[in-house]
Design a binder for this molecule. Structure first.
Ligand SMILES: O=P(O)(O)OC[C@H]1O[C@H](O)[C@H](O)[C@@H](O)[C@@H]1O
Length: 544
């Protein structure tokens, strides 16, 4: 690996930020003082349409923000973002563009990749999804025995699953098409067996989603499901459709079923929920028009992200604050805590989006990275999180939090007011109190009751959880992820780090096949630890 080359951590502004972080440790910059400043909220919050971003409880001052904007300029983030959105091959290791933003573009402007306008293909897939979902909903398209489809089994993993699950959960209140949605992602047979108990095979439609169509888990689950449908006397292929990239092994092959929907190699898996990956299942579940409104919301944030100047650019400001927390204040983890149950699958999606994109060790030009990139993301909805891991948040190892609040719930509130307040008001009382408690802390004589405070958080507010707002939230996190990568100067669009484990699993699979086909095959040639595990698998129990 070359030793020299541009590294953001070698720039003068990085040094200035390091010095500034030392200064910010002084007692006068404790959050309990910062939040008292006049105009703090107005000065440290941003709003764009239905999206309010409050960073008043982050450990930042005007000087911090000025330095962070200088960092953004030094990293040339706006040019990099435009290059991405305009179809340049920013995924240099795979020689691909990263055009997830094109998946929700409705502009008449061309988006060129290799001189070809990609919008033609994208529009065609959208029309195909609309027509298909309408045929399923009006009963024109039915299962092999003539029953209308009522169960959708989404078979996919990672980027071909997590985003769709997040959005489907978020918009459950709008799922009025009479469809039950099931996710078959894990190769663990419990996942498959559980779904079997919930579906009626004759009214089941499987959507096999795999960009590569080589992912072992997805292929195994698709085979299990097709074998099961056949065992029920059904023509399995009439119960399946495929979403895959153009030219993949599953593209219009025998295994693809009634219809194939294309995603494209210029859309990365974890950025693909606005493509056919999310489009096919979500249109069946919610209706195409709601999927369209979800795309519109995402598109609006894309436009804001591309054109808003740094100090007004919400995803950029939040990316900069993330880097400030991570590289300068030393926080290694970040929690995502929505005070909204429908967002219960947001954190797992952001986990993949962020950690797979930004958990890297080299810069885009292949120089060793000498600062950490990526943080550990985790989360659960509030208030549940308060009753599980918030002890550590308040008195243990500190970590910044993204709180997310929704002004109007999806369901009208009843008249019941258990403690004089509605449940939604109770939820908000907690949302407000947690951020304050973390920031301000509390003095106490008894050490066990002392709260250090000075624990940073941001709060995102949405008016409601409409399809458009869920699209906005998704696009916000996507843009924040790529802006962080552009500042660290890494490639957020490859994921070679997931390959080594797969390669070892391939070798082990060969061993297992040998034993499956020859009882005499033993594992003596393997290392002691691996041998132990393989022997236990075949023995079916732990040693006495
Ligand atoms: O869509 P597929 O090709 O089946 O890939 C599914 C997933 O598996 C891979 O291992 C990657 O880690 C993910 O980024 C990807 O989304």
């Amino acid at each position: 690996m070359a030793e020299n080359g541009f590294r953001i951590s070698k720039t003068p502004v990085w040094k200035k930020l390091k010095e500034h972080a030392e200064e910010m440790k002084k007692p006068e910059y404790h959050l309990k003082h910062l939040v008292q400043q006049k105009g703090r909220l107005a000065n440290f919050s941003l709003k764009n349409v239905d999206f309010f971003y409050d960073f008043s409880r982050q450990r930042v001052t005007e000087k911090t923000m000025d330095l962070l904007f200088e960092l953004a300029d030094t990293a040339d983030v706006h040019r990099k973002y435009r290059a991405m959105a305009e179809g340049q091959k920013v995924n240099v290791t795979e020689n691909r563009a990263a055009l997830h933003t094109a998946a929700r573009s409705f502009s008449s402007q061309s988006i060129l990749m290799d001189g070809k306008n990609v919008m033609g293909e994208i529009d065609a897939v959208r029309r195909q999804i609309r027509a298909f979902s309408e045929k399923v909903h009006n009963g024109t398209l039915r299962g092999s025995t003539g029953k209308v489809f009522r169960h959708i089994v989404v078979i996919g993993i990672g980027g071909s699953y997590l985003g769709t699950e997040f959005v489907a959960n978020a918009l459950f209140a709008f799922a009025d098409k009479g469809m039950e949605l099931h996710f078959l992602s894990n190769v663990d047979s419990h996942n498959f067996e559980t779904i079997k108990t919930k579906i009626d095979p004759e009214s089941t439609l499987c959507i096999v989603i795999s960009k590569s169509f080589t992912t072992v888990e997805t292929m195994a689950n698709a085979m299990q499901m097709k074998a099961y449908l056949s065992s029920c006397g059904l023509d399995a292929m009439k119960h399946c459709v495929t979403v895959t990239s153009k030219g993949s092994p599953g593209d219009k092959g025998e295994e693809s079923g009634i219809e194939t929907f294309h995603m494209f190699d210029f859309i990365g898996g974890r950025f693909s929920v606005t493509s056919a990956v999310g489009g096919v299942p979500l249109s069946l579940y919610l209706g195409y028009d709601r999927f369209d409104r979800f795309l519109e919301g995402a598109r609006e944030v894309d436009i804001h992200t591309k054109y808003a100047p740094s100090p007004e650019n919400i995803p950029l400001v939040s990316a900069l604050i993330g880097i400030w927390n991570n590289n300068f204040l030393g926080y290694q983890a970040q929690a995502v805590i929505p005070y909204a149950s429908p967002l219960s699958k947001l954190a797992p999606h952001i986990q993949q989006l962020n950690m797979e994109s930004n958990g890297k060790s080299v810069t885009i030009n292949n120089y060793d990275l000498d600062n950490s990139s990526g943080v550990i993301i985790f989360g659960e909805p509030g208030t549940n999180a308060q009753h599980s891991f918030f002890q550590l948040a308040h008195q243990g190892h500190p970590f910044p939090i993204d709180f997310i609040g929704v002004v109007s719930p999806q369901y009208p509130e009843g008249r019941c007011r258990p403690h004089g307040v509605s449940n939604h008001q109770e939820l908000w009382a907690n949302l407000i109190s947690q951020a304050t408690a973390l920031a301000v802390g509390k003095d106490a004589e008894e050490k066990t009751r002392f709260f250090q405070g000075n624990r940073p958080s941001s709060t995102i507010l949405l008016n409601d959880l409409s399809p458009a707002n869920v699209g906005r939230l998704l696009a916000y996190y996507e843009a924040q992820t790529v802006y962080k990568a552009f500042i660290w100067d890494i490639n957020p669009f490859d994921q070679f780090g997931v390959e080594l484990g797969k390669t070892i699993a391939n070798d082990l699979r060969k061993e297992i096949v040998s034993r499956n086909t020859n009882d005499g095959h033993n594992f003596k040639h393997m290392d002691e630890i691996t041998r132990f595990y393989l022997e236990r698998l075949f023995a079916g129990k732990l040693p006495e």
